[in-house]
Design a binder for this molecule. Structure first.
Ligand SMILES: [Zn+2]
Length: 397
């Protein structure tokens, strides 16, 4: 064997070693379905029980979304992560916040909010999904209120409270974060709470929730199993699952990562929401447009995360940014389609020929575009020269 052939053989061996070392994430990204056309979903959390100004904001959003249509004539879709309860401030204050009292979305005070949601659902622009009975664990907030005057004042406020005003760690529903690091809730408590909130959701929307998104993206296996019992088929994730709040109050104890269409232990479909668009925090239109283009190259749907606070606290900026982002998305991806998370999950698992790619070359191209996100892989592939054949394989430069 010539020296050149030996060097070449060693080089191939090196590439093989690199591919073997990253076999698990590489294979997972090959198994992940590749979508045939650009898909966009605006995911919007925290709507429901809370400030009454939501009614007008929801009506305005509904009108805005109905005015933006894809090439099939379908209006833009925004999910509403729904919260079904806030504290009943007047009753709480009357007892000096010694007892917890709930004000639910079914209360007559929220008639306008419910009507605005229903209006958008019937127009095909709102897709409700379960965010939680409350955006907190009541016992944890009650315990925190003993030590924290601001939390006590929040519980006893005269107007329906905005959960965004709670300290971040207390906004997690599925842990007891009264003190940090958080403590795990009992299985019984979680099961009872999920069953109750699924019933409350059904009472307002007429059907059980099929899609769930945990508040602050902190949840665990027990929550998923309880959601399964309640009828939830699809779980919105940021691609990883945090199960606690650490000593600094941040989401932590990550015990799982997930790609789109992977299944939970109890069989639900995971979707990944990982483009962030909060105009009130200075996120601008390119966030959506760039995110859409990148996910389209990766053969993925673009799920954009936003929150109601944008539309309540910086309405002019946020409505304008959303409308511009939707129009620009259509301009850069003329084949763009709007879709709900439930429809997306069903299309992925039905291998719907209209939606899911089966041809080898486009699948290779999408796979190649997904590899840069694997930690350290891009650097090692560049150093070893493996990037070159991968680029050729994907037909990209
Ligand atoms: Zn939320």
């Amino acid at each position: 064997m010539s020296v050149l052939a030996l060097v070449f053989a060693l080089w191939l061996l090196l590439w093989g070693g690199v591919l073997l070392a990253f076999a698990v994430p590489l294979a997972a990204r090959w198994r992940e379905p590749v979508l045939r056309c650009p898909l966009l979903i605006i995911e919007s959390d925290d709507w429901g029980a809370g400030p009454l100004a939501q009614a007008a904001a929801l009506l305005r959003l509904s009108a805005l979304l109905q005015g933006v249509r894809d090439s099939h004539g379908r209006p833009a879709v925004m999910t509403l992560g729904v919260v079904l309860e806030v504290p009943d401030g007047a009753r709480m204050a009357a007892t000096g916040c010694a007892e917890y009292h709930a004000l639910t979305l079914a209360d007559t005070r929220f008639e306008g909010v419910r009507a605005a949601m229903q209006d958008g659902i019937e127009a095909g622009v709102f897709a409700p999904q379960l965010h939680g009975q409350c955006h907190y664990w009541p016992a944890a907030v009650m315990a925190a209120a003993q030590m924290d005057g601001a939390v006590r004042a929040w519980l006893g406020a005269a107007d329906p409270a905005a959960s965004e005003d709670l300290p971040s760690h207390l906004q997690s529903r599925w842990v007891d974060a009264a003190s940090l690091p958080s403590r795990t809730l009992s299985t019984d408590a979680i099961q009872r709470a999920v069953a109750d909130e699924a019933s409350a959701y059904q009472a307002v929307f007429g059907s059980v929730p099929q899609v769930a998104v945990a508040t602050t993206f902190v949840w665990n296996d027990v929550v998923e199993a309880a959601w399964r019992e309640a009828g939830v088929d699809v779980i919105i994730t940021p691609g990883r699952r945090a199960t606690c709040r650490n000593a600094n109050g941040q989401p932590a104890c990550v015990d799982a990562t997930m790609l789109t269409a992977e299944r939970s232990l109890t069989g639900q479909t995971y979707l990944v929401r990982d483009v962030y668009f909060e105009p009130a925090l200075g996120h601008d239109v390119p966030r959506v447009v760039d995110g859409l283009q990148q996910r389209t190259r990766q053969g993925r749907a673009c799920l954009v995360e936003t929150h109601r606070f944008n539309f309540l606290r910086a309405p002019e900026r946020s409505f304008a940014a959303l409308e511009t982002a939707l129009h620009q998305a259509l301009a850069v991806c003329p084949g763009l389609r709007f879709i709900t998370p439930l429809e997306l999950a069903h299309a992925l698992h039905a291998h719907d020929a209209d939606s899911v790619e089966t041809r080898l070359r486009p699948r290779l191209r999408a796979w190649r575009a997904r590899l840069d996100e694997i930690p350290r892989f891009r650097r090692i592939a560049q150093l070893t020269g493996l990037m070159l054949p991968l680029r050729l394989l994907g037909g990209t430069t």
